[in-house]
Ligand binder design. Structure first.
Ligand code: KIV
Length: 282
């Protein structure tokens, strides 16, 4: 079994040019699969709002939901670096609230780090968390919790001026003390610039191939989430089709009397059937 990696290992991987592998996970079995597959990091993302609960976005997700899922993921992947994602309004309104809620991920779900969205404007929160001894991953570019302000789930930094703003956000996150950063939905040129500019490991979800590692939403990667597919997604299998086919086959066998077969039935102890019939009819 591989040793659980720490943030220092991720710095070392950046230095050596070894790519960091990163997926979301929301439950115990998926976490087990990810650990067996040797993933370096798991994010218990608030994307579970859409992928698990069927909400239209991430805004309704609350801390208690995140803690329940993070706790299950930790049990499934005890030797993998697990990051808890701070849901909407768990950190924006005050530094105290941010520290209290981030602390819950560590105390109640044994997470290794937390992630929160925002650059320059969220730097005071990042600093407060780091001062409290918490490992922080920043998240900039397309930030789904503020997608209303961005005019929807749109790629960011596609013009020179907006790309400059993304770089400013990245620098603010590092200066505030975050030990890792995630870039979402920006052009690869900007992803490359930030990866070379920053000392901290830079993870990408839709920020091109030059970053220090890659993240995908597991429900996208395995073809489970069907509402929409962002441009940066690659599907490695089609779980939705596999599971639907399996369920159709099950229903057909039940309707046709083919399931359960003999091999799925418990046998009575030898001689007990006759005794049972006598007993029941007397
Ligand atoms: O919640 C999540 O899974 C995320 C990703 C979209 C980066 O924050």
């Amino acid at each position: 079994m591989a040793m659980k990696k720490s943030v220092l290992d991720f710095y070392e991987m950046k230095k050596k040019g070894e790519k960091i592998t990163f997926l979301t996970a929301y439950d115990f079995p998926t976490a087990q699969f990810a650990e067996a597959a040797g993933l370096d990091m798991l994010l218990v993302g608030d994307s579970l709002g859409m992928c698990v609960y069927g909400y239209r976005g991430t805004l309704p997700v609350v801390m208690d939901q995140m803690i329940y899922h993070a706790d299950a993921v930790r049990r499934g992947a005890p030797n993998t670096f697990v990051i808890g994602d701070m849901p909407f309004m768990s950190y924006q309104s005050s530094l105290e609230k941010a520290v209290e809620n981030a602390g819950r991920f560590l105390k109640e779900a044994d997470c290794d780090a937390i992630k929160l969205e925002g650059g320059v404007r969220i730097a005071p929160q990042i600093n407060a968390l780091v001062e409290a001894g918490i490992v922080v991953m920043g998240h900039i570019g397309l930030t789904p919790q503020s997608s209303g302000q961005l005019g929807g789930h749109k790629a960011q930094g596609r013009t020179a001026e907006t790309a400059r703003l993304v770089v400013e956000d990245a620098r603010a996150v590092q200066e505030a003390g975050a030990q890792m950063i995630l870039l979402e939905a920006i052009p690869p040129e900007v992803g490359r610039y930030i990866t070379e500019d920053l000392d901290i490991p830079v993870l990408s979800i839709g920020a091109g191939p030059h970053c220090d590692g890659q993240l995908l939403i597991v429900s996208d990667a395995i073809g489970q989430f069907q509402a929409f597919t962002p441009k940066f997604v690659k599907k490695y299998c089609n779980v939705a089709a596999m599971v639907t086919d399996a369920m159709k086959a099950y229903a057909a066998e039940v309707r046709g009397g083919d399931f359960p077969g003999d091999e799925h039935c418990y046998k009575m102890i030898e001689g007990e059937e006759e005794k049972f019939l006598e007993l029941i009819e007397s």
